[in-house]
Every structure is written in C-alpha cells, then in structure tokens.
Design a protein around this ligand. Structure first.
Ligand SMILES: C[S@@+](CC[C@H](N)C(=O)[O-])C[C@H]1O[C@@H](n2cnc3c(N)ncnc32)[C@H](O)[C@@H]1O
Length: 357
C-alpha cells in the first residue's frame, strides 16, 4: 500500500536498490537502469543541465512519491527547466509533458531524454511557451500530477491567478499539484518582500528605494548608477549581479568597477537612515523570506486554491539540504528554505474525496 502523504524518510535515489524499487521490472535490465541512474545522479549532485535560472534539485521524497505514482499517469512540469525529474517519472511509467518558456531548456531535456530506452523516450513530450497562457485543450482533466518548482514566486498576482485556474483545468478529479516556491506569495500582506524579489527577477529596473530595500534584505553592499538604473552586490562581495526574468544571477564585475563613489555613498546613507526598518532583517534574505514563508505561505496557497475550486491537501517545508520536514517532527521545519504545497481539486458533493492518483 502506497503512502498517501509525502514521506519524511530520507530517500537516496542514487542507491541502486532504492532506484530500482521505483522502476517497473522492464527497467531493471542493466543498460536501462544505468541510463536512469545517471540522471538520478545528476539530480542528486545538483548538476541539472538547466541554463536559465537557478535550479533547485528536486526534493528526493517528492521525486520518490511522483515515481511511485507514475505508472499510467499523465504528469506535467511547468517551468521545468531541463526537466531531469520528468525523465525519471517517464522511466517509472508516466507520460510526461515538460513545459518551459525557453526553447533551449526543452532542447536540452529532449537531448537527455534520448539517452533513455526508446519506449520511454516516446512518452516524453514538451510544451513550449508561457505557462501562464498555456493552451492545453487536449490535456484538460487528464493530468494526474502537476509539478511547478521555483517559478510562481516571480509571477504577479494576475499571473498567479491564471496559474491556479490552469491547474484546476488540467487536473483530473483525483489529480494533485505540487507547487514549490521559495518566496512569499502573499504580496498583499507583505508587499515589500515580494516586490523586491519580483523587481529583480522580472528584469525591471529597480528604483533607488527598492534597491535600498533589497540591500537591507540581502545584507548586500552595493551601489546604483542613478535613481533608476541599479546594480548591486550580494553577499558582501565587490561584484555586481544582475538578473533578467527566468535567468540566473550574472556577475557584472565590469559594471561595478564603473560605478561612481557618489552613488555608493548615496546607498550607504539610505541604509543608515533606514536602519530601524532593517533591524528585523539582520540575518538577510533567508531568515526574512523564510519567516514569511512559514507564516504566510500556507495562507497564500489556501486563498489562491479556494478561488479556483482547489484545496490545499498538505503543506510541507523544505530545509536547505532539500529534504521534506514535518513541523511536528523537526523544529528546523520552522525555518524552511522552500515551501511545498500539495493541491487537489475540491471534491464535488457527488464525488469522493481525492487521495492519490
Ligand atoms: C528558476 S528556473 C526553475 C527550473 C526548475 N523548475 C527547477 O526548479 O529546477 C525557472 C524556469 O522557468 C522558466 N520560465 C520562466 N518564465 C516562464 C513562463 N512564464 N512559463 C514557463 N516557463 C517559464 C525559465 O526558463 C526557467 O527554466
């Protein structure tokens, strides 16, 4: 009997016996097993092939759950990057759809998919394009598991609403979505944190005030070119990082060198003036963001779900070593780095409650 809840037991998918226990017998033949093992190894050593954006390794307990429930299912990953985890889901028996806005990511995913046996490869598909505008007529009501990791914290409220509406359309009545995010979703209650993240992530130019807030949050020492055009340093290093939507942090050493001292002083002065405000953010981004994640994340997920005929079935927190923890079992779960929400369609009066696909 499979666990309905996500496991808190440490799972190591690079251990051959453990990996094999997640795969159907036809995949136990050495060559097939080896092709899957090398992808599992890549995930576990945080060496995803993704080129756009920071990638989180998939939480092994979640990947294990998905693989155990993969057989015969349709599984979709939105904003999947290079999609390694979906390849394992396909190897475990699912038909998978890997979505990303970047064609390059999808090409990488399909290149890696070719290393799998042909009968697995034919169950791996891509959907190119913006997941907030997804046209999914042929998948509507057919998706058993939907995954989205490390994306919706960058979306604005309108996009988040579209996103939850899409989940509701895609999921079958017994389906479930796993949404993993790192930032505070509740931009109404905690606007500054969310906006600060969003301003940088969406490639918009942050203004002077926004930058100073970012600096306070990130404990960075940085500067600005002028009031509108901002670059900043992170982690007290004399390097400027910039970022565009969906892309990773890019070091801009040269930009930093060209900055005038006047601007540096301007920012430093602003931080000094705002010292009181920053007091509670002494530990920097991680403690500020995670505190609000713990406090507001579940509320934000519940609200968005309820607006779209969905409900939150389970909330789990993810620690910095990317394992799921239960707040009841481990106090480290109170300072999570990510939040993982399991969301499913709200049962209609004439339907039994959803359990697992
Ligand atoms: C931070 S990465 C996360 C990748 C992967 N889910 C992970 O956690 O490893 C965000 C990914 O979302 C993609 N992306 C950004 N905006 C998107 C959109 N509107 N629709 C679909 N994908 C998008 C980017 O190309 C990038 O691959």
């Amino acid at each position: 009997m499979l666990e309905v809840n996500l496991s808190s037991k440490f799972i190591n998918l690079t251990e051959p016996g453990e990996l094999a226990s997640h795969l159907p017998p036809e995949m136990h033949e050495p060559k097939s097993l080896q092709s899957v093992a090398s992808i599992a190894q890549r995930i576990s050593s945080h060496q995803l092939l993704s080129s756009g954006g920071k990638s989180h390794p998939m939480i092994p307990e979640l990947l294990s759950y998905v693989m155990h429930h993969a057989s015969g299912q349709v599984i979709v990953d939105l904003g999947a990057g290079s999609g390694e985890e979906m390849l394992l889901a396909a190897a475990a028996g699912a038909t998978v759809y890997i979505n990303d806005i970047s064609e390059q990511e999808l090409q990488t995913a399909m290149k890696l998919a070719k290393t799998l046996p042909p009968n697995i490869y034919k169950r791996i598909h891509t959907i190119a394009g913006d997941c907030f505008e997804l046209q999914t007529h042929d998948l509507e009501g057919k998706v058993g598991i939907l995954i989205c990791r490390n994306l919706i914290q960058y979306a604005n409220t309108a996009q988040q609403n579209k996103f939850f509406a899409i989940i509701a359309k895609l999921l079958q009545p017994q389906g479930q979505a796993f949404i993993i995010t790192e930032a505070d979703l509740n931009n109404e209650e905690k606007p500054f944190l969310f906006n600060a993240t969003q301003v940088v992530a969406s490639g918009m130019r942050a203004n002077f005030l926004q930058t100073s807030l970012l600096l306070g949050v990130y404990e960075a020492t940085a500067t600005a070119h002028d009031d509108e055009n901002v670059s900043w340093t992170k982690g007290r290093k004399d390097v400027v990082y910039s970022r565009s939507f969906g892309a990773g942090w890019v070091e801009q050493q040269q930009v930093f060198q060209q900055m005038g001292q006047e601007n540096t002083l301007k920012i430093k002065q602003l931080i000094k003036e705002k010292k009181e405000e920053f007091k509670s953010f002494k530990a920097g981004l991680v403690s500020a963001a995670t505190a609000s994640l713990y406090k507001f994340g579940p509320k934000a997920f519940a609200l968005l779900s309820s607006m779209h005929g969905l409900q939150v079935q389970e909330i789990r927190y993810v620690t910095r070593d990317y394992h799921l923890l239960n707040p009841q079992e481990d106090p480290r779960a109170h300072n999570p780095t990510l939040i993982c929400a399991r969301i499913c369609p709200r049962p209609r009066a004439d339907q039994p409650a959803s359990a697992s696909p």
